[in-house]
Write a protein that binds this ligand. Structure first.
Ligand SMILES: Cc1ncc(COP(=O)(O)O)c(C=O)c1O
Length: 424
């Protein structure tokens, strides 16, 4: 029996040996499987749709090329993400530019690049985007983000659909915002958007959000403008642990398509194109992180710590908001997991990656594979403690090649400059 943990058909111990640790591993096949499942569900229920992959979850040039090959669109939130997408050769029309505080410079760059949609996030942005579009003499397609007041059951810090949120225009002000956008000479209002939170397991909150958003679409139609697209955001949950509730994408599409058809019929409006913006669902399960175990510290009767060669610098989520992960010892995959451990990183913080986990007896040099790390790990990583960011390896069928190189020490100092008074 193979003692090694196999991920997407690859021996993870061999990957660790070849590319070193810590190492992010991404499976292109798993990304495509997730995208296909969403596409299949929409096609089954006959809705006109688009998928905007939320780049904030994980973006780099190779990732955008995958998005491009899959024929889907990209949700971006910064000049840097747009730049990456353009460098990867994505059609700018496939880019949607979000963000709660876009700078004038970013807006200008986005319009000049010809992005498909800018999603306006506030009253302030209506004037700002309108003014810049006018200066550039470019009519820009825009959506606007509404906070529909739906509370999704997830961790508080990642709830973004509530009224008390920095994101979006409160639902009771949506009509006013629409009026102001319509009155802007160089803005073309084509859609409305909401995003109600992250890692949501039930379709119910999306159903409520869709109902609220269609009322806004109706109110806008009353102003003489027919909305083409309803963007229901991302937030599809994944199973970080075996017993986490399962988000069923087919059930989600079934639920929203039923309510959308019914409401559009009642309100007498055309069924809009439905846009979804999942990040985590597409990339989360497609990624793992491989670490080498170093120090093992046992505090008798209290706790056994194992330390790995990464930590909060490559995965800040447990430290930021108590995110929970599962892991296995890749080189002892079929051994009984009967020792209780706490997995910590090497940063100068109590950077616990996993508080309590049963693993086989661990030893220095073992390879720990932390699962479901594809989303918001690489993209949220830092150089805390001047740690070098791990490389990212992409798997496709039996191939494994780098999509991001490992940082060098040189990279760490490349932007350092010495003020004149400190020069030697
Ligand atoms: C506007 C918007 N869309 C999509 C997403 C992606 O969320 P998830 O990765 O949970 O699908 C986010 C996440 O914060 C978001 O703010």
């Amino acid at each position: 029996m193979n003692e090694h943990f196999i991920f997407a058909g690859h021996d993870t111990v061999a990957l660790a040996k070849k590319f070193g640790t810590p190492l992010y591993v991404i499976s292109e096949n798993k990304i495509i499987e997730a995208i296909d499942l969403i596409k299949k569900s929409f096609e089954e229920y006959g809705l006109d749709y688009d998928i905007n992959y939320a780049g904030k979850a994980f973006t780099n040039i190779a990732m955008v090329k995958i998005i491009k090959q899959q024929g889907i669109s990209l949700d971006t939130v910064s000049g840097g993400e747009i730049y990456t997408a353009l460098k990867a050769g994505l059609d700018p029309k496939r880019i949607c530019f979000h963000g709660s505080n876009k700078s004038a410079q970013e807006i200008r760059e986005a319009i000049e690049a010809g992005v498909g949609v800018i999603t306006i996030d506030s009253f302030y942005e209506i004037g700002l985007v309108g003014r810049i579009a006018k200066e550039l003499e470019t009519v820009q397609n825009v959506h606007f983000r509404v906070s529909p007041g739906v509370e999704a059951h997830t961790h508080e810090y990642i709830q973004t659909g509530r009224i008390d949120s920095k994101f979006g225009i409160p639902v009771n002000m949506a009509v006013r915002a629409a009026r102001m956008i319509i009155d802007e000479e160089y803005l073309n209002l084509t859609g409305v958007h909401c995003h109600i939170g992250s890692d949501i397991s039930s379709p119910k909150p999306f159903e409520i959000a869709a109902t609220t958003m269609l009322e806004i679409v109706y109110n806008i139609k009353e102003m003489g403008v027919e909305i083409e697209a309803l963007n229901l955001g991302g937030g599809f949950g994944i199973n970080y642990l075996h017993d986490d509730p399962v988000f069923d994408v087919e059930e989600y599409v079934h639920t929203i398509s039923k309510i959308i058809r019914k409401q559009c019929d009642i309100l007498g409006i055309k069924i809009p194109k439905i846009i979804v913006e999942p990040g985590r669902y597409i990339i989360g399960p497609a990624g793992i992180t491989l670490y080498s175990i170093g120090t093992i510290k046992e505090i008798p009767y209290l706790r056994k710590y194992i330390s790995v060669d990464g930590g909060m610098a490559d995965n800040p989520r447990p430290a930021l908001y108590g995110a929970i992960y599962h892991a296995v010892i890749a080189n002892k995959y079929n051994k009984e997991a009967n020792e209780l451990y706490t997995v910590s990183g090497k940063c100068c913080e109590t950077d616990m990656l996993i508080k309590d986990i049963l693993l086989p007896q661990a030893a220095p040099g073992d390879i720990l594979a932390v699962l479901n790390t594809g989303a918001y790990n690489y993209s949220m990583a830092s150089h805390y403690n001047r740690l070098q960011s791990p490389p990212v390896v992409l798997l496709k069928d039996d191939k494994a090649e780098l999509m991001v190189k490992k940082d060098t020490y040189e990279n760490l100092i490349q932007n350092d400059v010495v003020p004149s008074w400190l020069e030697d």
